[in-house]
Design a protein around this ligand. Structure first.
Ligand SMILES: Nc1ncnc2c1ncn2[C@@H]1O[C@H](COP(=O)(O)OP(=O)(O)O)[C@@H](O)[C@H]1O
Ligand SMILES: [Mg+2]
Length: 375
């Protein structure tokens, strides 16, 4: 690997020591700077970012400790590793105990060349790792910032568009209806059929716009945390579905209590979507079963689920399913916009939970999610 050379600073008032230490460190292949005293050292520290500093303790004028304090006082060199080189007089760990921030070590002079070299080698390795980490972090922060602003733009855009489209769609539908009514004797069957197609298209567009608006709404605003019983919430949703398709035979099982801490409005939207899907994707069966419940995940957490015995889906599609507009069943057989699961995922994730699904074609589907369980 072609590693970039790092800068190492040697500070000593004795010229022979400077030269001796430089010679010892030469095999490491780093760039070595020398300073004859504290002031000169500080000047160099202002100019560049050293990977390690070797500091003689006993120097006339500014001694090693004072120099270290000055180096540490500067934000950029606050964590630069310092290796004190000291005579026997200061060879006591207590002396260095005050330097708790960042890497500090000491060696007694005259130094053992092997030990000096390996200590400096460790320090420079650490410096290299820290720099690499800083680079990665900066790149990550930058990517995050860009992503956040793109998401914001996108959200604002879709909210605006959805909102502004609702009016015109209602106008198209309204006038198509009026024309159909007024002309029901004069227009003839073909024209009436065309008007019917127009109204269907307008209704479809209205649905898309409504779902998109809902998708963008669930990402905004503070969460209003309260205690919510998912079981209590599921019952009226199922009742409403029963009322909307009275011909169906669906056996429903809902756990007696499913208490969580969550935003009630958002969780209701999530349950409506999951239970709505279970209802929809079992509609081709003569009799079907839907279950809403919970189970332990084996790691002390509670996992909630909505299970059905409908047509199921190809498990390879699980990942994509949670993306907006991804649909795996035909719109003729199963109407929908493909925005539902994306909405559910956003809601669950905003609560700090996870959602996933398990299925096989023809074998029903189970959607699992976690929320803050309340016992
Ligand atoms: N309970 C389910 N059983 C089988 N497939 C499902 C189920 N729920 C969702 N899917 C599949 O995931 C797709 C995305 O679901 P969703 O986002 O709710 O959109 P929509 O219900 O409008 O189709 C559906 O089109 C369907 O193919
Ligand atoms: Mg749906």
């Amino acid at each position: 690997m072609n590693e970039e050379r790092l800068d190492i600073l040697l500070v000593d008032d004795q010229n022979e020591d400077l030269l001796a230490h430089e010679a010892i460190l030469a095999p490491l292949g780093q760039r070595i700077y020398k300073a004859k005293g504290g002031c000169e050292a500080l000047r160099l520290v202002l100019e560049r970012d050293f990977a390690a500093i070797l500091l003689d303790v006993q120097m006339p004028g500014m001694d090693g400790f004072e120099t270290a304090d000055a180096i540490r006082a500067r934000e950029k060199s606050r964590l630069t590793p310092i290796l004190f080189l000291t005579g026997m007089r200061f060879a006591n760990p207590d002396v260095f105990r005050g330097y708790t921030s960042g890497a500090v070590d000491y060696l007694v002079k005259p130094v053992d060349p092997e030990i000096l070299r390996s200590k400096v080698d460790v320090f420079t390795r650490l410096a290299r790792q820290r720099r690499e980490l800083e680079r990665v972090n900066a790149a990550l922060a930058d990517a995050n910032r860009r992503l956040a602003s793109t998401n914001q733009d996108l959200d604002a855009f879709s909210r605006r568009v959805s909102h502004d489209l609702q009016g015109p769609i209602a106008v198209i539908d309204g006038f198509a209806r009026i024309v159909a009514e007024e002309g029901k004797d004069s227009l003839g069957p073909t024209n009436l059929e065309y008007l019917g197609v127009m109204r269907k298209a307008a209704a479809r567009m209205g649905e898309l716009v409504r779902d998109l608006l809902q998708l963008s709404r669930v990402t905004h605003g503070e969460l209003a945390w309260t205690e919510v019983d998912l079981a209590e919430m599921a019952l009226p949703i199922l009742l409403e579905l029963r009322r909307s398709s009275p011909g169906r035979v669906v056996e429903t099982t809902v756990a007696s209590r499913l208490p969580v801490r969550a935003d009630a409005k958002l969780v209701k939207i999530a349950l409506e979507n999951l239970i709505g899907n279970a209802w929809k994707y079992t509609s081709k069966r003569e009799r079907s079963k839907i279950e809403v419940g919970r189970e332990p995940d084996g790691r002390g957490q509670t996992v909630f689920f909505v299970r059905d015995d409908g047509i199921g889906f190809d498990p390879r599609k699980t990942e994509r399913m949670f993306q907006p507009f991804e649909r795996f069943h035909s719109a003729d057989e199963y109407p929908g916009t493909g925005v539902g699961l994306a909405t559910v995922q956003r809601i669950v994730e905003r609560h700090g939970g996870r959602i996933w699904a398990r299925s096989a074609p023809g074998e029903g589907a189970t959607f699992y999610f976690t929320l803050e369980s309340e016992g």
